[in-house]
Design a protein around this ligand. Sequence first.
Ligand code: PLP
Length: 463
Amino acid sequence: MSRSAHPAGPRHADVLTEGHYSAPAADLNALDEKVWSRTVTRDADGALTVGGIAVARLAEEFGTPAYFLDESDFRARCRAWADAFGPDADVFYAGKAFLSRAVVRWLKEEGLNLDVCSGGELATALDAGMPAERIAFHGNNKTVAEIERAVEAGVGRIVLDSFQEIVRVAHVARRHGVRQRVQIRVTVGVEAHTHEFIATAHEDQKFGIALADGQAAEAVRRALALDGLDLIGVHSHIGSQIFDMAGFEVSARRVVQLLAEIRDEHGVELPEIDLGGGLGIAYTSEDDPREPHEIAKALSDIVTRECEAAKLRTPRISVEPGRAIVGPTAFTLYEVGTIKPLEGLRTYVSVDGGMSDNIRTALYDAEYSVALVSRTSDAEPMLVRVVGKHCESGDIVVKDAFLPADLAPGDLIAVPATGAYCRSMASNYNHALRPPVVAVRDGEARVIVRRETEEDLLRLDVG
Ligand SMILES: *Cc1c(COP(=O)(O)O)cnc(C)c1O
């Protein structure tokens, strides 16, 4: 990403010493469609609307902070992924990005499958009626109780992540008198982040079983030998917020190579490979994500080519986008509380939420955009840092951005692309009440996850 260190024109620009920010957009009122969900627009009064409803009305009815999820956009993205991969592949939505009963129902209706990685996610999926055979169960340390529950429910696949787990799942399956469909998660020695990837000889991480040193081949040997397991394929997940397909290329090549080795050693061609998720979205105008059909074509070309070279039948491919489906479909709405101009530095804008509703900036140095949404403004751009109300100086929501210089307490501002890993990672730090998720569609808004109350907090406190 190219960032200009000294944007032209903004207040304070002459004395800026640090920060990674782009020049302010020519028009701060413009809403870049890359970062906002599809039905977002401004009405005649200049207020942002989603699903046809103005933010002032949403704030009045549901309060702030709150996440507003554009349901028709979510459904359209599900369909785009399903259509792009077609009937010969499977799309699993990664539930950890954001999961609720309503989301499970939308996925079910739009023909997607679902990844879960904990008992809680599994319970939510089953409760909302996702057929168990459309659920994949992940995780590097599933408890025996979680494995029991998954096998009992009849989940479509369990992704085995360690040698211990191969034995545990086989044991549970035998006790239930079933053969559990499983994949083995392999670590292919590729690590991908945003615009680059690193191919290494071995992996220093907790997930998966390394291809290096024949570990994965040994895991396959053991899984094939246990009658409680039906080994259907190999799984690889290389990172997140990835734009560069080169990492997938290396990963697919190594996975296909393993399939060829399995065929040579055991005489079986495993029918499936899963290439994981991790596809990037636009958090700022500088990000250029690929469309699902481009991703589908790229992945299928790579796998087909590698399989031809290895003289293997092309396996069924599955992918697991989480962020790429739900991330762009929601924004967080905040009310501006205090404004502190620090002369020569920047202006701190405090909102009524913070790291409890969006930990990604503090955790990963994530970048976000922000806009004044309760009105438009022709004031000059001012360099801001949007911060929360928590007792941490690292409580930053948007590190560097521009808002109009006439910003005032009571204005509503919104941070787009907060659909993934915000509500799902939300905390009660400082006894914050986690915000609601409100689904908006065709002029109607309804709460799908309600706001926490002080009563909810006190109910857990049984001292
Ligand atoms: C996190 C995860 C995903 C989803 O990642 P996104 O970046 O949200 O697409 C998919 N598969 C596995 C195994 C994961 O751990």
